[in-house]
Design a protein around this ligand. Structure first.
Ligand code: HEC
Length: 144
């Protein structure tokens, strides 16, 4: 089911201007708008709560100067490769994010399955006000 969701989310980019009421169009517009209710039900929320929330907080805003925000964040909403890499392998060293300096340690999460990583990153990219494309299990598998 989440595979289907990922596919429809990936293909929804150009659908806003189209009229018509084919089942395909309806399915796409249905999944393009993720409501709070949807986000609460997303399988990635559980992964986030278990593995990310302690540092990046339940609202994704992090703790200034310690754990960077995932809201409005260029890495989170940018190319999937870098985001997947950081999540799998962790990161450390000085970075400036949103004008604030961080020099902490983000632990690796390569003990999670490809699906858990895809789910949590999709959740992060489509929650907290972020509106980026889903991350697929395939994208994670290729980088592991
Ligand atoms: C132990 C605390 C901790 C946990 C748990 C944690 N992070 Fe992090 N995360 C950090 C820190 C600290 C940094 C910044 C590292 C640095 O200063 O170089 C970071 C950086 C990041 C970045 C890069 C931000 C940027 O703009 O470069 C992303 C994306 C990220 N974390 C996502 C996640 C996700 C997704 C999870 C859960 C699977 C997670 N983190 C779990 C502490 C944590």
């Amino acid at each position: 089911m989440s595979g289907l969701l990922a596919i429809t989310l990936i293909s929804c980019g150009s659908q806003t201007q189209q009229g018509g009421d084919s089942p395909e169009t309806q399915a796409m517009s249905g999944s393009a708008t993720m409501t709070v209710q949807d986000a609460q039900d997303h399988p990635g929320k559980k992964v986030y709560d278990n593995y990310c929330k302690a540092c990046h907080m339940s609202d994704g805003k992090g703790i200034k100067g310690m754990h960077p925000p995932l809201v409005n964040n260029a890495t989170v909403n940018g190319k999937p490769g870098k985001l997947i890499d950081i999540t799998l392998n962790g990161m450390m060293g000085k970075v400036t994010i949103d004008g604030v300096e961080y020099n902490g340690i983000m632990p690796p999460h390569n003990h999670l399955t490809d699906k858990q990583i895809a789910d949590v990153l999709t959740y992060v990219r489509q929650n907290f006000g972020n509106r980026s494309r889903a991350i697929t299990v395939d994208q994670v598998r290729k980088l592991r």
